[in-house]
Structure formats: C-alpha cells, structure tokens
Design a protein around this ligand. Structure first.
Ligand code: ADE
Length: 265
C-alpha cells in the first residue's frame, strides 16, 4: 500500500463506491472535551496544528499525524472564548465537524465522548457503547413532518464485525443540549427506546449525513440517568476513570479499522 501522507491535500473526491473498495486511510475523530482528547493525542503521537485549517477567531483545535496505516485527525471545539470551559453541545460540535469534514474529507468520522446511560436499558457506569441510531430529544416541533425533522432519528452505519470483535455494547443514542433531563425530553427518550444520552452525537450525524461521510459513535457511560444520584455529581465523580475506559475502547476501534475497508466493518 502507498504510504499515508500527513497532509490535508491527500484526501480525494473519488466516488463513495471506490472508497469502499480500498482500505480506510483517513479518519476524523470529533471529541467535545479536551480531557477526553489528550490521552488519545498522546497515544497516537499526534501534533497540534499550528497552521490555518480553521479561522483564527475560533477556539477549535486540530491534532494530526499518522498511526499505523491511518492518517488521523482529532478535532475538539476547544474552550469557550467567554467562559473558558470546553465548548460542549450541539452548536460547537456541528460547526467544528462541518469545517473539519470540508477541509479534510475523511473516509470515516468517529464521534467519541461520555454519555449518560439508562439502567432500564441495561447501561452501567463504565460501559462503552457503539450507537445503532442517533436522534435529538430536545427539538419539539408539533407540526406534521417538522416533528420528525426535529427528532431526526437516523440509523448509523452497520458495523457488525467491529461490534462483535470488540464486544462493545450497542444501543440508541439521543442528543440534547442539556446535561439534565426535563420531563418532555424524558418522554421522547423513552418513546425512542434510547439507551445512551449525550450532547453532540446527533449534531455530528447531521453534518456527516449532509456530506455522506460514514460515522460511528463510541460513548462511555459516566452516569446513570434513571439512577439515584444527581447527574452532574455522578458525571464529575466518574469522568476521569470512564475517560480511561473510553480511551482503551477507541484505541481498539482504531486498531480494528486499520487496514480495513468500510465494508469490512
Ligand atoms: N454526558 C455525560 N453524561 C451525560 C448526560 N447524562 N446527558 C448528556 N450528556 C452526558
């Protein structure tokens, strides 16, 4: 195989059928929180982009490099310019995904991060999930068809071999801009048979769907949404240990993808 070059110019505009016939060579990982990105940046030996992929005004950060046969880019939305915290949520996730997909034209996108899990659907703290579907739970538009547009429930790409080989749990992911859950969100989440709840997945999916870029979602459970503990407290308590579980799973996912075609996943 030709060596993979670490350059934003290497990606092609070849038709999707052609891409499916060759091994995946470029991978874009979208992560909301810096603490979740740093261990992966170190593991894959990536460098921070000092250049101009993104406009100067934005806090977004790109790390890039080659790992095995893969050209890997990790992007994070960075710290909010006013409040100095990680720019979590759908707006930043969609924007940084849009700019990155446009510039890098990856073969595949992986959105990784932490999530709340529903014990009624079998989730526990520390579990790592691959999402089978993504939807929004806080876009209520009670007008025919707009209601479906708001929820935008979509299946993810099928990855039976990846799921089986890594023994990851699978479940439906639902996205909203709040860490907590109001009763209306809960109603929608239940109706959609959701297992995991995050703040970015469906926004990333919206963008990658626009560009027909295959996308997988790897989410590690920091808190049990239908449990006893307050969500924010449980999330903060478990963040660092669960981030390690997430890191381990993502390395396994990337190792599995290396050398494979989309159709092998
Ligand atoms: N990320 C981690 N826990 C979460 C939760 N309960 N809801 C949304 N995003 C999360």
């Amino acid at each position: 195989m030709a060596p993979v070059q670490d350059s934003v110019e290497t990606t092609s505009t070849e038709p999707q059928e052609k891409q499916e016939e060759r091994p995946i060579s470029s991978l874009l990982i979208v992560i909301a929180m810096q603490a979740e990105a740093v261990p992966l940046v170190n593991k894959f030996n990536l460098l921070e982009d000092e250049g101009s992929l993104f406009p100067k005004a934005v806090p977004w950060i790109r790390y890039h490099g080659t790992y095995k046969d893969l050209q890997i880019n990790i992007v994070i939305p960075g710290k909010d310019k006013v409040f100095g915290v990680d720019s979590v949520g759908t707006v930043s996730a969609a924007l940084v995904t849009y700019a990155s997909v446009q510039a890098l034209k990856p073969d595949i996108v992986i959105n990784i991060g932490t999530a709340g899990g529903f014990k009624v659907k079998g989730a526990s703290v520390g579990d790592v999930y691959l999402a089978t579907d993504v939807a929004f739970h806080d876009r209520r538009i009670p007008i025919p068809v707009f209601d479906q547009y708001g929820v935008r429930s979509r299946p993810t790409i099928s990855t039976p071999n990846l799921t089986k080989e890594l023994g990851l749990k699978v479940g439906k992911l639902s996205t909203g801009d709040s860490l907590d859950m109001c009763s209306q969100d809960e109603e929608l989440i239940k109706a959609n048979e959701t297992t995991i709840k995050d703040m970015e997945g469906a926004a990333v999916a919206y963008v990658t769907d626009l560009f027909s870029v295959p996308t997988i979602f790897v989410k590690a459970i920091t808190d049990v949404v239908d449990g006893e503990k307050p969500t924010a407290e449980e999330f903060l308590e478990n963040l660092s240990t669960v981030a390690q579980a997430l890191e381990g799973a993502v390395i396994q996912v990337v190792d599995f993808i290396n050398g494979k075609r989309l159709s092998d996943l």
